[in-house]
Design a protein around this ligand. Sequence first.
Ligand code: ATR
Length: 276
Amino acid sequence: MSDIDRYAVLGQPITHSKSPRIHQLFAEQTGECLQYSALEVPAEQFTAVVTSFFANGGKGLNCTVPLKELAWAYAELKTERAQLAKAVNTLVLQQDGSILGDNTDGIGLVTDLKKNHDVALAGRRILILGAGGASRGIISPLLAEAPESIVIANRTLAKAQQLAIEFAGKVKVSACAYSDLNGQEFDLIINATSSSLTDQLPPLPEGLLASQGSCYDLAYSNKATVFVGWGLDNNALKSLDGLGMLVEQAAEAFTIWRGIHPQTAPIIDLLDSERH
Ligand code: ATR
């Protein structure tokens, strides 16, 4: 067994994952010595692969689609944000040998919006499109920024209603169908549906985005996603995709594992420059 600290991202499919590259760049930048690989793991092999990885000296794992819920169930201990998200994207081997599960997706989004793009969240009206796992992962970190309200719109209304109930608290969180969005206006619209992956867009009425409002697609691709295009067509101040969130969530995981926070801006710029 090698002495170098080992990490990996698990998912299916995983071939196109940018995580090994991002973590390698973080390691070079911070002078940390580690190895980070990508492993294609079907759901039914998840438990065996994770158990063997840690039993053989592995230090930490990232988990992506479709394994985040399984990682949540696997982790013996969970951070509060992971507990609320019901999904884990980061597993950490702790000193006592136990496995801690965290979810850095939501904080990655918030950091990209606030720090990298100067998009304010406090006091703003936020619309989240979609009520699946991706939406669940970002709601509690967004609520922590004290927006005026969060509306969750979804094709299947019952799933949005369920999230609104679960995340009810100081900030008003409500659910609606796309057809109920007529006449409403938002300062920030976040696309958390998987529709970008098939070049589709939920039905969105005109006038949905407030003047000076911004759009954010959790998905990213080499060309502008359909939703980023919708934002530009609707005069968004900023219409962003999820590349920055990807790098920021990775930076949070790296910090948890290594105790040092890498600089994200040069890595985001590098990856961005490579897709044009
Ligand atoms: P993820 O983990 O990426 O969130 P998911 O849990 O399967 O994946 O959720 C996918 C989300 O995208 C759901 O909100 C889904 O809507 P339904 O709950 O009604 O299925 C939404 N979605 C997927 N394709 C869509 C489309 N073409 N138009 C609108 N919503 C779509």
